[in-house]
Design a protein around this ligand. Structure first.
Ligand SMILES: O=P(O)(O)OC[C@H]1O[C@](O)(CO)[C@@H](O)[C@@H]1O
Length: 430
């Protein structure tokens, strides 16, 4: 990815080039720690080795039995769904099997989706590193039941991606299901470039090698200086801006196919960096749409934000017909891509004019290689930010309280968190 930090330098909050040059010494130290973690395949750092360690042939072999599916339904949540969904939404073609993701337990949505699917021609991809995530296992039980009701042998249409132990590993063994391992040392939010994120892309016929090659190119670009590594330029600058008050990072891609990428980025950034009272809130936005909903806040609200503007340099385009509509004739003869690019540049300039920090990220195109590179670089940026902030980048202890409370409320054990649910203060206004 190409990173332009210019609109972050003279902003409020802003970071000067001189302060980035001073920060670069810490980047060099952090890079050494990252490289040591990669060499030793330490938990979390191992994710940055995936371009070398991912077994693409094993992925292709696992899904080979499912020839010519009409659809692939992924049952997973968080990092067990968002990486695959990012690739699917960015890369799917009309001729590909449709990709659907059940990553919530809204009964109406689950029922409507299952009723709409040709279950006899749908591949079910159940993904859970732990094998214990309530939402995923609940949805899997419902999907399996729906397949039985439809007279479909679920064991013929299901494959599993999970850890070495747990419920899903046991199911795969018991029913001889095709399965893929979740690689050791790779937290879910860092697993897009592994079996977890690439199996759906394999079923849809996307070029896994190009995704891997893009990530490998990004890995080769890691160096000890933010001025030589775009991933570190992004990670160091967002860290520096957070330290100067930019506690929200609005991820705003100007491509419909990158909307889910912003959702994937949100988990990566929030769950990795939201520790010890620190962090930077990822806001999901989409250009040009959210110029008409959130830009007012970004430009004229509290000085506590930066905006990350992302666009492909090449895109499929479509002409705008000539028009004599009053005041709109300037659109005719132009194209939708010209308009979107003009909006991108106008938004960037608008933020600069009001002193709001923005970082421009450009990728060549929304294709396999660029996606592989973009996701790898965002992961590396996140790891660097975590090193600079001295937080535990690869854990997520804060999510466990709610899991125990929900389980207790459902009678899944005696958890004090469940008892605390009734202690909350309420003030009801009808
Ligand atoms: O793959 P699993 O173990 O089902 O976890 C799903 C998601 O839940 C979390 O563990 C948070 O609860 C995420 O880190 C992870 O991506």
């Amino acid at each position: 990815m190409h990173v332009d930090l210019g609109s972050a330098l003279d902003a409020t909050p802003g970071v000067s080039r001189a302060s980035l040059e001073r920060l670069d010494e810490q980047v060099a130290t952090a890079h050494e720690r990252i490289e040591a973690g990669r060499r030793n395949a330490e938990h979390g750092y191992a994710a940055l080795n995936l371009p070398d360690t991912v077994d693409l042939d094993a992925i292709r072999s696992a899904v080979a039995p499912f020839d010519d599916p009409a659809a692939v339904l992924t049952v997973g949540i968080g990092g067990s769904a968002l990486g695959a969904a990012t690739f699917a939404d960015a890369l799917s073609a009309p001729s590909d099997p449709d990709a659907y993701f059940l990553d919530n337990v809204d009964p109406e949505h689950v029922s409507e989706l299952l009723a709409s699917l040709p279950l006899d021609r749908t591949v079910v991809n159940v993904v859970s590193k732990s094998g214990t995530t309530a939402e995923t296992l609940a949805n899997f039980l419902v999907v399996r039941d729906a397949m039985a009701d439809a007279g479909v042998d679920w064991t013929e249409r299901t494959f599993v991606t999970t850890g070495e132990e747990g419920n899903l590993r046991g199911l795969a063994a018991e029913h001889d299901l095709p399965s893929l391992p979740v690689p050791d040392g790779v937290p879910g939010r860092f697993s897009a470039l592994s079996t977890v994120g690439l199996a759906v892309a394999a079923i849809q016929g996307h070029d896994l090698d190009a995704i891997r090659d893009g990530a490998a190119e990004a890995a080769d670009g890691l160096s000890g200086s933010l001025f030589e590594t775009s991933a570190y330029a992004y990670g160091a600058t967002t860290y520096a801006l957070a330290g100067r008050g930019a506690l929200t990072n609005a991820m705003m891609p100007y491509a419909e196919r990158l909307e889910t990428f912003a959702e994937w980025f949100a988990q990566l950034w929030a769950e990795s960096l939201g520790k010890d009272g620190l962090g930077q809130t990822p806001a999901r936005a989409l250009g040009a749409t959210d110029q008409h909903s959130q830009l007012q806040l970004y430009r004229a609200g509290p000085r506590d934000k930066l905006v990350t503007l992302v666009r492909p340099q090449e895109r499929v385009d479509r002409d705008i017909p000539e028009t004599d509509l009053s005041g709109l004739s300037y659109l005719g003869g132009s194209s939708l891509g010209d308009l979107l690019d003009a909006e991108f540049e106008a938004t960037e300039a608008s933020l600069a004019a009001s002193g709001v920090p923005a970082i421009r990220i450009e990728i060549d195109a929304v294709d396999e290689r660029s996606l592989g590179s973009l996701l790898y670089e965002m992961e590396a940026a996140c790891v660097l930010y975590g090193e600079l902030a001295s937080v535990s980048t690869f854990s997520q202890p804060a999510v466990e309280w709610g899991k125990r409370a929900a389980r207790g409320l459902l009678g899944g054990g005696d958890f004090e968190e469940a008892e605390a649910v009734d202690d909350r203060t309420s003030l009801v206004v009808e």
